[in-house]
Design a protein around this ligand. Structure first.
Ligand code: ARG
Ligand code: ZN
Length: 324
């Protein structure tokens, strides 16, 4: 009973968070003409909200995952799988109309390399983390291995955020082995969306991450200021159950204790220190991958974010099948 109330509470908090996020998105659409950074909006949370509306069970399922995650955190588990590191095979599905959209193997490999650096604290900007946060900057210890690249020529100019690219029947490509491999779709999304992820708990038929080809990797068609592969780092963070650092609400929660409370998303490359207007006026962790800053301005996950990510791979967790 108590548990049910707790889980319902989390489910409505998630839904409420998404609602306030819509307001943020509307506000940024107004700025769109003058501010390039405002193009970015939260497609991952939008898609989650829509999936929940279509599937009443999903909100409960996600609330259960949150309860599971929280219980694993207090257990203080040790997650160490393949020689101490979780290894994830990655399938890259490329959907193209123009030759530019048919990105090179080198561009694909550059993205895999960036994921490996960012999730293993070997990114060259990791040591730019201010000393205020050096105690909580984390080496997540998850490795990504390019498994295969699937390419398909199509006549679609943009794919939107309703998962058409993930469905062969809609001109896209079905995911390959989605319960054991991370599927990425690289295509033109449109609508100013850089990428979007499916959170743990969703249907395996649509599981994975979509990244616009112009914001994928760090070479070829990768376009400034999102040309360092951090859209994938951010989206894979969502795919591993991380929330936006501002909790998709004014001074909302990302369910991590070691990230400061942010009043809203940050854009561009904020000067340090940037103070929050939330209670206690903490210095915001704008360099966290789960903020909305430019690629060059994000370079760390926190220890609690790491714990949340590792929790989903534990026995009973929603991505345990990847850790086998
Ligand atoms: N706003 C996008 C989303 O969550 C991704 C933002 C990525 N940020 C970046 N600097 N590449 O859907
Ligand atoms: Zn996001």
């Amino acid at each position: 009973m108590k548990k049910t109330i707790f889980m319902l509470g989390i489910a409505s908090a998630i839904l409420a968070g998404c609602e306030s996020d819509e307001k943020v998105e509307n506000a940024s659409q107004e700025d769109q003409i003058s501010n390039v950074s405002a193009r970015r909006s939260c497609a991952s949370d939008e898609v989650l909200k829509e999936q929940m509306a279509n599937d009443p069970q999903l909100a409960m399922k996600i609330a259960k995952i949150e309860a599971f995650t929280q219980s694993k955190l207090s257990e203080n588990f040790q997650s160490r799988l393949v020689n101490g590191v979780i290894e994830i095979p990655v399938v890259v599905n490329v959907l193209y109309k123009t030759t530019a959209e048919n990105i090179s193997q080198a561009q694909i490999q550059s993205q895999i390399d960036i994921l490996n650096k960012d999730f293993n604290a070997t990114n060259s900007d990791f040591n730019n983390v201010p000393s205020a946060f050096s105690g909580v900057k984390a080496n997540v210890g998850i490795r990504f291995v390019l498994d295969q690249v699937v390419r398909k020529s199509t006549n679609k100019t943009s794919w939107g955020t309703r998962d058409a690219m993930k469905k062969t029947a809609q001109g896209g490509l079905n995911p390959l082995s989605p319960t054991t491999k991370l599927n990425l779709w690289v295509c033109t999304i449109g609508g100013g969306i850089l990428g979007y992820a499916q959170f743990p708990g969703g249907s395996s038929a649509t599981d994975g991450v979509v990244i616009d080809s112009k914001y994928f990797g760090s070479t070829g068609t990768a376009t400034y200021p999102y040309n360092l592969g951090r859209t994938a780092t951010h989206e894979v963070g969502h795919w591993m159950n991380l929330r936006h650092i501002w909790g998709d609400a004014t001074c909302g929660t990302d369910f991590c204790n070691d990230t400061p409370s942010h009043n809203t998303a940050n854009y561009g490359a904020p000067a340090f220190p940037h103070y929050s207007t939330c209670s206690g006026n903490p210095i915001e962790m704008t360099m966290n991958y789960m903020d909305y800053v430019d690629d060059r301005a994000m370079y760390m996950f926190s220890t609690d974010q790491k714990s949340r990510m590792l929790a989903i791979f534990q026995a009973g967790g929603p991505r345990y099948s990847f850790a086998q």
